[in-house]
Design a protein. Sequence first.
Length: 248
Amino acid sequence: MDLGGRVALVTGGGAGIGEAVALRLAAEGCAVVVADIDEPAAAATARGIAGGRALAVRADVAVEADVAAMVAGAESTFDGLDLLVNNAGGAEDEPFPAAPSARWGRTLDVNLRGTMLAIQAALPLMRRRGGGAIVNIASLAGVGLGPHDSPEYAAAKAGVIRLTAALAGLAREGIRVNCICPDWVDTPASRRSRAAMTKDELRGVPPVLLRPEQIADCVVDLARRDSLAGRVVEYWCGQPPRLLPPHS
């Protein structure tokens, strides 16, 4: 996909990875809908996009009406949608099984159900344009069979990875769904997480973290590569991104 003149929607675009992705896509020539539950943050990202081809939308991706509204904003403002980046996510401070179901359920809703709602809402617009690209931001937390301190987050991200592969068949319609699984990224959210860790817990954090701009580069690469569908990229700290073989 040539990104020049395309319309992109980035969830969680108010800070961190989402902000970096929105700014990078704008630099590539996209009009960008910046969606975030923090409306002032979304507006700040949109203001940082030169040329004014940006729309800030307040959206909670776990709320179906909000998801419909952000996609409708892409259509009404920019006449369609070509690229969806499902970046919104995160975990509650108190994890499963200690947390009440409403809290761990929220993590599942934002990370997995929100991704599914956004894809479902975006598909009709992409079909009308003759195709499109979807990039899901998962996490290495969802990879493998090891323990994790936030089981519901790991399970949700594993679901996003499997969802991506399961939707590979959309490539028959010209709609490609791919996924990035980053390691630790130096974002405001990860800084807050690290600030709350004990010294023992911090020993498990790599000394040099990924930058949000590195994830944005990977998003652009997947959006451009028309041959890739249903594929997953692992991105470990200190290593280049690694495209996993299909059906791995």
